[in-house]
Design a protein. Structure first.
Lengths: 220, 490
């Protein structure tokens, strides 16, 4: 690929940097799953794993919206906007992870039960309102500290709506752990599809069925 | 030769008064359809639901299907009108009051509001509470309209002009941030309202389509609401005119429909006049004569044919093959409450593709105004004309050289709606190509590359001549919020 072709892709798709970060997260998790090593302190290890997992699972579904906020920014601010938006978005998921990891440890709930809860959640109106709210992103100011603050606020709102939509799925992942690669891949696909597909509420029944099946497998 | 001729409703009125047999037959057939139950696909209520339904109403593949902010806007509405027209014709067969000649030849009239004079006012038959006998309730009448329009007032000439739309050179363009999308709408997949991230209205959908909806309906009126508009009988005549304008646009040199199968092959579900499900694609309705009708008048407007412009850019070349670049925007949202408003936008020098250092081009080839993130609880029933760098001493109504487009609010109630599956994530958005105006100002030494002003001037229906304005007082106009006004170079 020539430099010109690369430039044309990055011109139109500034979100490739975010996609690359997500790909790195997947590679890191895959390497860790293939070659697990000693874990000094389980909760800390879980938390660092959670951070990488949140990047791997939550960035792919957000790429279209990341592209949208970047393309509507001043040209020289595009990557800065992406960093601020994604950084605050992921910080919401990291905060959720702290609570979720502690909760599943204290309660001792397995992923099977939580996947069954996620299946039921897919059938509620709350779930789909939250999915639709994810797309409500306000136009950003063009420059300066106002643009920085608005980008970060937009990411926080995006993250909180994403948590409202996907919390049962990620609670199940907190129980399953960041090395459960197959489940992680399945849930990433579901999250991304629900966010990207037009009229995705049509998928509520199949999504619930898939999660119910996953719950049965996990309960074994 | 087409089997049916769609005629101008005002021409019918000029011939035989408000109750021309074609108009009267329409009123009687609407009455028949209004008498049918919602479960009957040929009923008035069901046909309105095909366009859109409110939250909680039952949906299937036939209802809540209208296509807006997309390149399917024109073909979907053509098919919609085609089956509706057949239903009206079928309803006439059982009516003794309608002559056999009318039954055999009846076709949906169109409302050409852009012929000047009284044609910009609602045809009389739609304003009368009773039919010609003075006693029978008139199915074409509703009180849920703008107060001035209901009394015979006229839509603002800026609201009804199709010159800008007819000047567009391309049916559809791939959506780009801040850019325009052509005559017929953005290239998207199936898009009822705002499902596609890049959904945006084409020039014809913007003006006159959207403005006539708001102007006729007024605040809270049937025509102003996305899910209620087809309940007003004038809706169908308005859309027949929009359909006619598509024919007119194609009559101009170099204009053509999309050739992509993703446009021509997309199938839409409807019912025929017997209530039997049918599916139809754009490929089957590219020319009205394919489905048996023609328009009384669909000539190329003289001014446009002669090369004069209607105040809008007439691109003869496609936009350059590079992304747009934001060079300035407002910092704060702008709330419009019925009065004139102005924003000043500081501009920065482009630093990306529009810098064009490697192409040797001295200036950006295209300049766009982008009005985005438009949200509000309800359509205020008025629109705003947008002007670029309007001098302080100029009256907007006489400063058409600075007019770049119109901002209207049809569908705004859905822009933040999360109860139904058509999320309006970015709110309504409009883009205007202001390249010609910028070049003109630049040649005159009046273009400031560091600053631009955008003025929004309200467009309301005018009261009937000699009568007082009955418009809603300014304080009761529902506010609308514009998230950002930006300038893009390409």
């Amino acid at each position: 690929m020539t430099a010109l072709a690369v430039r044309r892709v990055t011109w139109r798709h500034p979100e490739v940097t975010a996609a690359a970060v997500a790909a790195c997260a997947w590679a890191l998790l895959a390497a860790h799953a293939l070659h697990p090593h000693g874990r000094a302190e389980p909760l800390l290890a879980d938390l660092s794993g959670w951070v990488v997992m949140a990047v791997a699972m939550m960035v792919p579904g957000a790429l279209a919206d990341v592209r949208s906020v970047a393309l509507s920014s001043m040209w020289h601010r595009r990557q800065r906007t992406i960093a601020l938006f994604l950084g605050s978005y992921l910080s919401v998921w990291i905060l959720f992870g702290v609570v979720a990891l502690a909760a599943v440890r204290i309660l001792g709930v397995g992923p099977g039960i939580l996947l069954a809860c996620a299946a039921a959640w897919e059938l509620t109106a709350w779930k789909w309102r939250a999915v639709r709210r994810c797309h409500l992103i306000e136009a950003l100011p063009p420059r300066g500290a106002r643009a920085d603050a608005a980008s970060a606020r937009a990411g926080l709102r995006y993250g909180s709506r994403c948590v409202a939509s996907c919390w049962p799925l990620m609670l199940a992942m907190a129980a399953a752990g960041h090395l459960a690669m197959a489940l992680m891949a399945l849930l990433t696909l579901m999250v991304a599809t629900e966010k990207i597909v037009v009229r995705s509420a049509r998928l509520r029944a199949p999504a619930a069925a898939v999660l119910a099946a996953a719950a049965l497998v996990a309960i074994g | 030769m087409a089997d049916f001729l769609r005629r101008d409703i005002w021409a019918l009125e000029e011939e035989q008064g408000p109750w021309h047999p074609i108009t009267e037959a329409y009123a009687l057939a609407v009455g028949v359809m209004q008498g049918r139950g919602r479960d009957d696909p040929t009923s008035w209520a069901y046909q309105a639901a095909v366009h859109g339904v409110g939250f909680g109403e039952p949906t299937d593949q036939f209802v809540n299907q209208c296509q807006h902010n997309t390149w399917f806007f024109l073909p979907w509405h053509r098919i919609y009108l085609y089956w509706f027209e057949r239903m009206v014709r079928a309803a006439l067969t059982g009516l003794d009051a309608v002559s056999d000649d009318v039954k055999a030849e009846w076709a949906l009239p169109y409302w050409n509001y852009d012929r000047g004079g009284q044609t910009a006012s609602l045809p009389t038959a739609f304003r009368e509470p009773t039919l010609a006998d003075g006693q029978t309730e008139n199915p074409l009448f509703t009180q849920l309209r703008d107060r001035n329009i209901a009394r015979g007032g006229q839509l603002d000439p800026v609201s009804v002009s199709a010159d800008g739309a007819l000047g567009e050179g391309f049916f559809a363009l791939d959506p780009i941030p801040g850019g325009t999308v052509g005559f017929g709408g953005a290239v998207t997949g199936w898009n009822h309202f705002d499902e596609a991230a890049d959904a945006a209205p084409g020039a014809l959908e913007q003006t006159p389509h959207n403005l006539v909806h708001g102007g006729v309906g007024g605040p809270g009126g049937l025509m102003s609401g996305f899910d209620t508009a087809p309940l007003d009988a004038i809706f169908w005549l308005h859309h027949a005119n929009v359909d006619r304008l598509w024919v007119e646009w194609l009559h101009q040199d170099g204009r053509e429909n999309p050739t992509e199968s993703s446009w021509s092959g997309e199938l839409f579900d409807f019912h025929d006049e017997n209530g039997t499900p049918v599916r139809m694609a754009a490929a089957e309705v590219l020319d009205p004569e394919q489905i048996g009708y023609a328009y009384e008048e669909a000539a190329v407007p003289e001014l446009l044919a002669a090369g004069a412009e209607g105040g809008s850019a007439m691109p003869t070349e496609p936009p350059p093959d590079r992304p747009t670049e934001l060079v300035g925007a407002t910092d704060e949202p702008l709330v419009l409450t019925g009065d004139q408003a102005q924003v000043a936008i500081p501009l920065a020098a482009p630093t990306g593709p529009a810098l064009l250092a490697d192409t040797g081009e001295p200036e950006p080839q295209r300049v766009y105004v982008n009005v985005e993130g438009i949200q509000g609880e309800e359509n205020p029933g008025l629109s705003y004309a947008a002007y670029v760098n309007l001098p302080d001493d100029e009256d907007p109504s006489t400063a058409q050289g600075y007019h770049v487009g119109n901002v209207s609010f049809f569908g705004i109630e859905l822009a933040g709606d999360v109860d139904q599956d058509h999320p309006g994530g970015h709110g309504l958005r409009y883009a205007f190509d202001i390249t010609d105006l910028v070049n003109e100002l630049r040649e005159q030494g009046r273009w400031d590359p560091d600053r631009v002003t955008i003025t929004f001037s309200p467009l309301r229906p005018l009261p009937p001549p000699g009568e007082e304005d009955a418009a809603e007082p300014a304080e009761s106009v529902p506010p609308v919020r514009i998230g950002r006004v930006g300038i893009y170079y390409q």
